[in-house]
Structures are given as C-alpha cells and as structure tokens.
Ligand binder design. Structure first.
Ligand code: ZN
Length: 246
C-alpha cells in the first residue's frame, strides 16, 4: 500500500507577483491604501456613479500594462508541484491570472478577488476579455460600455465595497479544511476573510508553512517560516516536497 499523498493548498498574495513587475495594490501597505484618490478608481460606488472615475480607471488599466506581465520562478514552481502528481490547489488573492499563464490547471486555481483579465457588465453580467475593452479605449472610447445592453463594464475583480464571491470563498474554505499542508506565499495574512483560511487549515489539523518577506500573524502557529525571496524560496520548497513524497 502506498502512503496517502497529501493535499497541498497554496495561498498566494501580491508577493508572488512582484517579481513579474506587478506591484502590491490591495494589501495593508499596498498602493490603494497609500493613495486614496486612486482607491476611488477601484471602489464600486464611485466607479458606478461617476463616468469621470471610470474614464480615469480605464486609463490607469491601459497604462499599468498588467496583461503583458509574465509569470516568474515562483509561479513556475507551483506548476512543477502540480506536474509532480501531488494534489495541489492554488487559492490566490491576485487578479493577474499568472498562475494559469504559467501552466497551473485553471480548475485548480481559485481566484478569491476575481480576475483582471476579463470584464463584466454590471447590468446583464456578460463577460468578455479585458484586452478587447482596452483596445476600445486605445481606439478612442474613454468608457467602453457593454456591447449587449450598454451597461457599465468593470474588471471581473472584487472592487472595494464589494463582497468576495461566496461560491469561490466556500470552495476555498473547503480546500483549507481538507488539505494536509497549507502554504501561504507572499501574503500578509492580515485581511479577512482570506486571513481565516490558514486558521481553518490549522484547526483541521494541517501543517502550515509561511513564505513571506515580512512577519505575519500566523508565524508563531506555523510549522515553518521562510523569509527568503519567493522566487528562490518557493522552487526550493517545491523540490523538497516532491522529493519527500515521491
Ligand atoms: Zn450588458
């Protein structure tokens, strides 16, 4: 009889994408918190109410160039983890889609804050590619509307003032409950409800590994804390896990 292969849950935050040139927007020390006028551009109330906010938001998305970002060694390490045959689920606070771009199976990625690679209509909920909306902005439309119903388009992200998708959150809770090992990577673990996930994992008997440059509230409860840069720490951790379980 072979030993049961552990289910590994990996929670990723902004820290895993900074090496891909994507800054921390949303964290406790992220750009939005430090720049309240910019935060209005990603807050649902002003965004829906004020066409000028939307015009600025589209320009910001155009200039940020996030769609062109490439995955880095941290994302690729998680692809290796999946390819090793170990059961893995990725819970991410990031909206950049870089786990899927790197090669992690889309069905194994749970995007807690949605995705900036797609837009949705707030009225009829039609979904389309962000790239196409940005093409319309580049072609001179300052606030592209839904082609079906003329409703307001927004990124398919969770904006400030919006709740997390309860279905995705429930799926993430279930993964945290079921996993044997929970790895938190590049996240401050300070913002709820996401910060509840490692707690759920611990209460369900999972081991916890924290990989983050700064201290987190879970460091003391963790079995292991790794402070090295994610692009080197995560590949090393994955090699070790694969070696332990093969
Ligand atoms: Zn619509």
């Amino acid at each position: 009889m072979t030993a049961k292969r552990p289910l590994i849950a990996v929670l990723t935050g902004a820290g895993i994408s900074t090496d891909s040139g994507i800054p921390d927007y949303r964290g406790p020390n992220g750009l939005w918190q430090r720049d309240p006028p910019a935060q209005r551009l990603v807050t649902i109330g002003p965004y829906l109410a004020d066409p000028e906010v939307r015009r600025q938001a589209w320009l910001m998305r155009r200039d940020a160039g996030a769609l062109a970002a490439e995955p880095n060694a941290g994302h690729l390490a998680l692809v290796e983890l999946e390819r090793s045959g170990l059961p893995v689920r990725v819970l991410t606070q990031n909206v950049d889609g870089l786990h899927q771009r790197a090669g992690t199976s889309a069905r194994k990625v749970f995007e807690l804050h949605g995705t900036a690679r797609e837009v949705e209509c707030v009225r009829c909920h039609a979904v389309g590619p962000m790239a196409e909306a940005l093409e319309r902005v580049a072609a001179g439309d300052p606030d592209p509307a839904c082609r079906d119903c003329d409703g307001v388009l927004k990124p398919r992200t969770v904006m400030f003032g919006q709740p997390l998708d309860p279905v995705v959150l429930q799926q993430a809770d279930a993964v945290a409950k079921a996993c044997d090992l929970f790895i938190a990577v590049g996240t401050s673990l300070q913002v709820y409800p996401v910060a509840a996930l490692p707690q759920i994992a611990l209460e369900s008997g999972a081991r916890l590994i924290v990989v983050n440059g700064e201290p987190t509230p879970f460091d003391e409860a963790a079995d292991e804390v790794v402070r090295e840069p994610i692009s080197t720490a995560l590949p090393a951790l994955v090699r070790r896990l694969v070696a332990e379980h093969s």
